[in-house]
Design a protein around this ligand. Structure first.
Ligand SMILES: C[C@](O)(C(=O)O)[C@H](CC(=O)O)C(=O)O
Ligand SMILES: [Mg+2]
Length: 302
């Protein structure tokens, strides 16, 4: 009821243990706090907090317009709604290495279990679009060193994302991934990998967990979870998928109102009131009525 019963520290410990366990962890992107609860009830291992979703939610393109304050607020709202560890997209860290340090502490305070910082130039763009640019290795490493030094909880997972594959090719991605690990990255997010063999090559190059981004309409084929597990991927995100599904359903519903004058034909597809209340744990709130607010005003109600 109300929010997660676990502390952020406990969730970070759990994420570390799960990653050490060797299996593939599945992190769908929550498009709002409530959807994080849905992800948890379905039995997933974690929740992703996407920069693209946050931007889209605000009606903005994903080009570095959102601020640290907005990302932190969203991270806090989502993280407190689930016992699962959350991984947040910290884009480029919102500035220079000193800004990265502040970003890490702010997101740590927001209760996330991990975050990723990428090596794109500012302003960044979606990793699956053409024409993006990356910073030089020295700058990329400084961001990661600053992130690692800034965290106060050693279990906060600092993941380095590299976008270099689409710019300079796989060999450059391998070199950069190794350098990022040497700089202290706990995990690597190789963005826009083309094939399973490319994931395999990154896997062979580093000895930390690696992430696969199964975003739709991007540069990677949508590999199945078992295929990714087979090439040694440790964590898979479906970052924007739930938002895309929800927006697709919303559009179909609006069209139905226009065409049919009512939503009767769509009701079977809707989350029911009972399902919503179960997800909200509505029942548990009765406890306040019956258990806590059972005092009497004892004649002092005038
Ligand atoms: C993972 C990602 O960084 C995100 O913000 O969710 C995006 C997803 C997308 O735009 O499809 C990305 O750059 O891959
Ligand atoms: Mg992003």
């Amino acid at each position: 009821m109300l929010y997660s019963g676990l502390t952020p520290a406990a969730k970070r410990e759990k994420l570390r243990a799960d990653l050490a366990g060797g299996g593939l962890l599945r992190f769908p992107g929550a498009f709002n706090p409530l959807s994080a609860r849905l992800i948890e009830t379905k039995g997933f291992e974690g929740v992703y907090i996407s920069g693209a979703v946050l931007a889209a939610d605000l009606g903005l393109p994903d080009i570095g317009l959102t601020t640290l304050t907005e990302v932190a607020a969203r991270s806090q709202q989502i993280s407190r709604m689930t016992d699962l560890p959350t991984l947040v997209d910290a884009d480029t860290g919102f500035g220079e290495p000193m800004n990265v340090a502040r970003t890490v502490q702010t997101l740590e305070d927001a209760g996330v279990a991990g975050l990723h910082i990428e090596d794109q130039v500012n302003p960044k763009r979606c990793g699956h679009l053409d024409g993006k640019q990356v910073v030089d290795t020295d700058t990329a490493l400084k961001r990661i060193r600053a992130a690692v030094d800034a965290r106060r909880d050693p279990n906060l997972l600092v993941m380095a994302r590299t976008d270099i594959r689409a710019v300079d090719g796989l060999a450059a991605a391998i070199d950069r991934a190794k350098a990022l690990v040497d700089a202290g990255a706990d995990a690597i997010f190789p963005e826009a990998m083309g094939t399973l063999a490319e994931f395999e090559a990154i896997r062979a190059a580093v000895d930390v967990p690696i992430l696969a981004n199964m975003t739709e309409f991007g540069k990677s084929e949508l590999f199945r979870v078992d295929q990714l597990e087979g090439v040694g991927v440790n964590l898979v995100i479906f970052p924007v998928s739930l938002l895309r599904l929800a927006m697709g359903a919303a559009e179909a519903g609006l069209d139905t109102i226009l065409a049919e004058g009512s939503l009767t034909s769509r009701v079977p597809e809707m989350q029911t009131r009972a399902e919503l209340y179960r997800l909200l744990d509505y029942e548990a709130y009765n406890h306040f009525d019956s258990g806590i607010f059972n005092f009497s005003l004892g004649g002092h109600d005038g």
